[in-house]
Design a protein around this ligand. Structure first.
Ligand code: NAD
Ligand code: UGA
Length: 350
């Protein structure tokens, strides 16, 4: 059993040594475990790792937060690759020692997302999938310290004054979801300091692009425009996000493995308002749609803006895709998506 020593000086040395050892280029490592592999970001990460020559074990519970059929479609392409193995199981109960066997890098993206649905009775799922599941993975990693990157969220910060927020800003989440992501980060910090578990957290800022979750703004907007249904903006639409294209988020995720700092922001670098994004989508689809304004949603922050200098300087990552190009790709993917009634999709979940 591997156990790290816990004095501050030793932890510092351990961190430094680990950082040196862990900065091995990813293709030299052979097998990755991706949790949340059938999700929006996870399925794209799986494809990218396979494309880099890695063997990938994907884990997903195909939770019912949104249509599992959509998740099966997300992962269907990767299932044909012999270097990919899909495990359908729940991180909160799965045999993690078996899952980690032979693995030399872990990307932990499984979780219960969604800011606005985290109020009320649904909170139990947030606690279980974001906190308890993460704790189980961390316990398993104390027995085999494999480098891990874990998905956190800009939602941990809460409201800001509009200037770029650095990783050292206080965490004051506005939603129960944000609170569970902050709790997971703190849990990771406990296991990192006390048990030497080598984990880097990434705070993704509102990710978009092909396969975006159906509950997220752009996928809802594209769907409304294409299906000629009402497009609903919460509030006046002047709220803004540092929207991040999914392939940029995936590139950051791979590049952050073994990085020296415990936490990094991942933001697209050109914040835009919801109104600006809707105008771009109207242009790209060629459809003006029927736009309605509704009440602001509880838990939504007014603006997000990432200071990404730490990730740029320490890891060399920078975002590459503009909002315009990313939305164009998202609309094209929406138009290509298979008919959800296609019986072949049933084959995807094994
Ligand atoms: P997603 O819902 O598409 O993917 C998450 C996947 O995790 C789903 O397929 C789900 O079935 C799976 N899952 C949930 N609980 C599980 C469990 N207990 N065991 C196994 N699998 C489980 O969400 P996403 O948008 O791809 O987000 C991925 C991660 O990134 C999440 O942790 C989310 O909180 C975080 N994040 C996402 C965004 C964003 O803009 N999409 C921004 C910040 C943070
Ligand atoms: C997103 C993800 O859904 C969270 O899982 C993630 O943790 C978070 O980003 C993050 O960055 O941490 P959110 O910013 O709410 O959360 O992303 P969207 O659902 O795409 O919403 C973007 C904006 O559009 C919000 O201001 C929201 O109020 C607005 N919106 C959303 C609408 O006006 N209408 C809609 O139908 C949906």
């Amino acid at each position: 059993m591997t156990q790290a020593m816990t004095t501050p000086a030793n932890v510092h040395n351990l961190r430094q040594n680990r950082a040196e050892h862990a900065r091995v280029p990813v293709p030299d490592r052979r097998r990755a475990l991706v949790t949340g592999a059938a999700g929006f970001i996870g399925s794209r990460l799986v494809e990218t790792l396979l494309g880099m020559g890695c063997n990938v074990r994907g884990l997903d519970s195909f939770s019912a937060y949104y249509e599992p059929r959509v998740k099966r479609a997300n992962i269907a392409g990767s299932l044909t690759d012999p270097r990919f193995c899909m495990v359908t199981d729940d991180l909160a109960t799965a045999d993690l020692d078996r899952l980690l066997d032979g693995v030399d890098m872990v990307f932990h993206l499984a979780g219960q997302p969604g800011v606005r649905s985290s109020w009320g009775d649904g909170f139990a799922d947030y606690l279980r999938d974001n906190v308890l599941a993460t704790q189980r993975l961390l316990e398993a990693l104390t027995r085999r310290p494999i480098p891990m990157v874990a998905a956190s969220s800009s939602s941990v910060y809460g409201e800001s004054d509009g200037s770029p927020v650095s990783e050292d800003a206080p965490l004051r989440p506005l939603s129960p979801y944000g609170m569970t992501k902050a709790a997971a980060e703190q849990l990771i910090d406990v296991y990192r300091r006390d048990r030497g578990v080598p984990v880097v957290c990434l705070r993704y800022f509102t990710v978009f692009g092909p396969r975006q979750r159906p509950d997220m703004a752009f996928q809802r907007f594209v769907d409304a425009l294409e299906q000629e249904r009402p497009l609903r903006i919460f509030g006046d639409g002047r709220q803004s996000r540092d929207f991040t294209y999914v392939d940029d988020a995936v590139a950051a995720t791979i590049a952050a493995l073994g990085a020296p700092s415990p936490v990094y922001n991942v933001g697209g670098g050109a914040p835009a308002s919801v109104n600006e994004a809707v105008a771009l989508l109207q242009q790209i689809t060629g459809k003006p749609g029927q736009v309605f304004h509704e009440e602001y949603a509880r838990g939504d922050v007014y603006q997000t803006r990432a200071d990404t200098s730490r990730l740029r300087e320490e890891v060399g990552w920078r975002p590459r895709t503009t909002l315009d190009d990313g939305l164009t790709a998202q609309v094209a993917a929406y138009r290509r998506q298979p008919d959800p009634a296609d019986p072949d999709l049933e084959q995807a979940e094994r």
